[in-house]
Every structure is written in C-alpha cells, then in structure tokens.
Write a protein that binds this ligand. Structure first.
Ligand SMILES: [Zn+2]
Ligand SMILES: [Zn+2]
Length: 113
C-alpha cells in the first residue's frame, strides 16, 4: 500500500496526523521480515540494499522509510528477493498469511514475530 492509497478509507486528515499515521505504518512494516514467494519464505530486502543505484536519497521516495529499514509493503522501490525485479510487479507467485490492515492481500507478506 502506498501513502496516496490510504485516503480511500474516506477520512480526511491533517498533514500532522497523516505524518503520525504514516510513521506508525512504517513501524509496523519493520515487523515483516519475510515474504512467501512461490511457496518459499524469502528474507525481504531493506531500503538501500537493493543494489540498484549508487546514491539514493536518505528516505525512500515512495514509502519514506530510512536506509536500512524495510519498505512499507506495496512500495514501488522494494526489490523481489527471489527474482531481483521490482516486487510489486514481478511474476513470482506471492501468497501466505496476511499480517494486518496495512498489508495488501496480494503481496503475500508473512509476519515473523
Ligand atoms: Zn519504499
Ligand atoms: Zn519476483
């Protein structure tokens, strides 16, 4: 899920409240360390460890996490640990348990407690 998708819930919020909500979303995303792809559990790739670009901004342009953090599920910067393509668009079969309300159901993220 991306930042701009959240207002689909139909609630208007102030910028400050939005920032607070999103930082909570980022916090929750850090609990999700692996993803099920084609029936196998893979460790997620953190922001800055994709090996795509030499220099990246300190914060992810899409989900705003800092370097070394896990992206918010659904972020367009996250790399697939199985095939190395963009995770949201690669053709690996994503399945598994759904973590909580912020996790898009088609991404197959698994929560490791
Ligand atoms: Zn991101
Ligand atoms: Zn893939």
């Amino acid at each position: 899920m991306r930042k701009e998708d959240l207002p689909k819930f139909g609630v208007a919020v102030s910028k400050d409240l939005w920032a607070k909500m999103w930082s909570k979303v980022i916090e929750e995303a850090q609990r999700i360390q692996s993803i099920l792809l084609n029936g196998r559990l893979y460790s997620r790739i953190r922001y800055g460890e994709e090996g795509w670009a030499e220099s990246l901004p300190d914060h992810c342009h899409d989900c705003n996490v800092r370097k070394g953090q896990f992206h918010v599920p659904g972020c367009d910067m996250e790399k697939c640990p199985r095939c190395g393509e963009q995770l949201i668009s690669c053709s690996c079969k994503k399945s598994g348990k759904w973590a909580n309300f912020i996790i898009p159901q088609d991404l197959g993220f698994e929560v490791i407690e």
